[in-house]
Design a protein around this ligand. Structure first.
Ligand code: SF4
Ligand code: SF4
Length: 123
């Protein structure tokens, strides 16, 4: 199973992971039209080859190495990663709707600075 981007990406979204991914499975890229409107980035679960390059590249530890290792508070975002498809407006909306609900349901985490949020996942 694939790597998963979680909520520290919200408010960060610097695309450092995109730059190191060898198979271009993280979207939206900065050169894709959805980039400005999306809240975070997503990993395509069928295209990710589990290389691990994105994890140390992420400045806010937003990326977990599998759905199983993704903390309970972030499990909803596994589906968002899975649904998102660049160029598919309906899929983009569905993924973003999950993120919007995640933000609404996790005011505690959203109140933590992005750089500190991953540390708060396990609490
Ligand atoms: S684990 Fe590798 S292939 Fe998967 S998203 Fe990260 S950099 Fe890309
Ligand atoms: S490196 Fe981390 S914060 Fe930056 S876009 Fe990727 S997942 Fe988001």
């Amino acid at each position: 199973m694939a790597f998963v981007i979680t909520d520290p990406c919200i408010g960060t979204k610097d695309s450092a992971c995109v730059d190191v991914c060898p198979v271009d499975c993280i979207h939206p890229r900065k050169d894709e039209p959805e980039f400005s409107a999306t809240t975070m980035l997503y990993i395509h679960p069928d295209e990710c080859i589990d290389c691990g390059a994105c994890v140390p590249a992420c400045p806010v530890a937003a990326i977990y190495d599998s759905p199983e290792s993704t903390p309970a508070s972030q499990k909803d975002l596994i589906e968002a990663n899975s649904i998102y498809r660049a160029g598919d407006a309906a899929a983009v909306s569905q993924a973003e709707a999950i993120v919007t609900a995640h933000i609404a349901g996790h005011a505690d985490l959203m109140g933590v600075a992005s750089a500190e949020r991953a540390a708060a996942h396990a609490k």
